[in-house]
Design a protein around this ligand. Structure first.
Ligand SMILES: NC(=O)c1ccc[n+]([C@@H]2O[C@H](COP(=O)([O-])OP(=O)(O)OC[C@H]3O[C@@H](n4cnc5c(N)ncnc54)[C@H](OP(=O)(O)O)[C@@H]3O)[C@@H](O)[C@H]2O)c1
Length: 270
């Protein structure tokens, strides 16, 4: 019998993209999933798709930027289901903008959405996760591990998320498993067109998935299945593709050598 049967999994940003794939992967293992996002129509459609796969799923319209809504949403989970076994913080967005054109307001916007909301949801869920000895999963990015041209506000917010996640591992309740997931670009139908070139001096190549990094797109299903397996094994960190760990190790030993390697393959400014 799957260890996930009867377990409750909350996925923020679960109505589409990677969040939806993660919800489905846990659901296929027998978990009961709860999706949070803002657009109720998209949430309803997502839950219907999960029901078609015989997955028990529900949704709540929660804007994670709203601390009161997050608190109320978490209280509702405790009241209705009596437990929470996994929180996946998947809400997040990226951008493409030259370093010199990103305003302080842009940094603040990305810190709010990609970092502060995950902190808020994690802190609110922690007492519930402690009761079940559950799992906190924060969806970072390769941008949690390395900078990349034209992605400064995203990189800053995802590095902050990595720091917070490690802090939870070291200092959080010892029975709660905490995992940072750092995926490269994920395959999707709109992958080539979704990032508007926010600044006027962004080269075409930087608007590509992964900011034009020479990394093959990952299958969302594979990433989601690895996340479920990572929870089963109580893995601390997932870097995908795994070979990039070598580059990050080089950068950790010699920042200038790491930067030199990155500059050989990064998109060049106009
Ligand atoms: N896509 C990639 O290639 C890639 C690569 C590496 C890492 N990641 C990370 O993976 C995560 C998911 O990325 P994705 O591209 O799959 O996302 P996505 O398709 O853009 O979906 C974002 C989800 O978050 C929800 N959302 C956005 N703002 C919200 C808010 N304020 N409150 C509640 N829900 C909100 C959206 O629904 P509503 O708009 O209805 O609220 C949607 O369900 C992000 O953290 C991203 O940084 C993605």
């Amino acid at each position: 019998m799957s260890q996930w049967r009867e377990k409750r999994v909350l996925v923020t940003g679960g109505s589409q993209g990677l969040g939806f794939s993660i919800a489905r992967a846990f659901g296929k293992q027998g978990a009961k999933v709860i999706l949070w996002a803002r657009d109720s129509e998209r949430l309803r459609t997502a839950v219907e798709r999960l029901h078609e796969d015989q997955i028990e799923a529900s949704y709540e319209t929660v804007d994670v930027l709203d601390a009161t809504a997050v608190n109320e949403g978490m209280q509702a989970i405790e009241k209705h289901y009596g437990r929470l076994d996994v929180l996946v913080n998947a809400v997040g967005k990226s951008t493409r903008i030259p370093l010199g054109e990103a305003s302080l307001e842009t940094y603040q916007e990305f810190m709010r959405l990609n970092f502060e909301t995950a902190v808020q949801c994690s802190l609110t869920a922690m007492p519930l996760l402690e009761k079940t000895g559950g799992h906190l999963v924060n969806i970072g990015s390769l941008s949690s591990k390395t900078a990349w041209p034209y992605m400064a506000p995203y990189t800053a917010s995802k590095f902050a998320l990595a720091g917070f996640t490690q802090q939870c591992r070291l200092e959080g309740p010892s029975n709660v498993h905490t995992m940072l997931v750092c995926p490269g670009p994920i395959r999707r139908t709109d992958a080539g067109s979704r990032y508007a070139r926010d600044g006027s001096n962004v080269p075409q190549s930087a608007a590509k998935p992964g900011g034009g990094a020479p990394v093959k797109g990952l299958s969302p299903e594979r990433v989601a299945n690895l996340i479920v397996r990572g929870c089963q094994r109580r893995t601390a960190e997932l870097i995908l593709p795994a070979w990039l760990r070598c580059l990050f190790s080089v950068s950790a030993c010699s920042a200038s050598l790491g930067d030199w390697i990155l500059k050989q393959v990064a998109p060049q400014s106009k």
